[in-house]
Design a binder for this molecule. Sequence first.
Ligand SMILES: NC(=O)c1ccc[n+]([C@@H]2O[C@H](COP(=O)([O-])OP(=O)(O)OC[C@H]3O[C@@H](n4cnc5c(N)ncnc54)[C@H](OP(=O)(O)O)[C@@H]3O)[C@@H](O)[C@H]2O)c1
Length: 244
Amino acid sequence: MNYVLLIGAGSDIARPLAFLYAKAGYGIYLASRNYDRLVRDASDITIRYGVDAKAFVFDVTETSKHKQFYESLPNRPHGVVCLAGILGDQKKAEREFSEVENVIAANYSGLVSIIHIIAADLEQRQEGFIVGVSSVAGEKGRKSNYIYASAKAGFTTFLSGLRNRLFTSHVQVLTVHPGFIRTKMIDGRETPGIITSSPEEVARDIFTGQQSGKDFIYSKWFWRFIMLAFKMIPEPVIKKMDMK
Ligand SMILES: NC(=O)c1ccc[n+]([C@@H]2O[C@H](COP(=O)([O-])OP(=O)(O)OC[C@H]3O[C@@H](n4cnc5c(N)ncnc54)[C@H](OP(=O)(O)O)[C@@H]3O)[C@@H](O)[C@H]2O)c1
């Protein structure tokens, strides 16, 4: 049985995504900080789809434990999907550098640490996939979230370099660029309904994109064109628009 490891499996996208992989016959490893929730999800997956599913405590920011975590998995996974991320507090980050460090650790450096460990294994096995969930936010800085956005920009660039490194080893690296998603990360914030995805829609896009061997996807697809248009607005105009 091939296994898929979901890092940041507390994400609202993780459950529908795990269902899709389980339905396709994959064993599921759920890794995140909220162990009790993951144990319930793992048991639900096994009951519904009859595949092996297990929960693991994992913190992206505890990089010294990453190698031991990966080596302790009962089976080496065929693929990994990295969903972990935090929005952080932009205003706090402008005052306190520790908040900048938190955001960079959860969205960039901690993910680089665990992905490099997994990449070395897949590279040697000459198979598998790595999916990183980045964000359209990483394509243009805005005053309301530029610390989070710059960490995502770094993550996107990391994934594109890794994709080129692993190409000759037959390891797929997929970058996911979602727009707004109705999850607990943006709870209470108003987002335009028509361009906001459900976690189920994003899960479906990730699964389909990974299974069809894509390098990158936007979710929903039209975000590619929204961002293209947004990036064409000159900086002097952007400054005067007073965007949030
Ligand atoms: N929601 C949006 O509008 C949106 C838009 C674009 C991109 N994204 C990206 O989509 C991904 C999934 O986010 P989401 O929207 O599903 O939000 P979410 O439900 O809050 O999921 C994010 C998950 O990341 C996990 N996480 C955070 N810090 C972690 C750490 N140090 N170690 C391990 N796990 C950690 C959390 O799980 P535990 O607390 O259980 O550990 C949390 O459940 C994120 O990378 C996010 O940046 C979201």
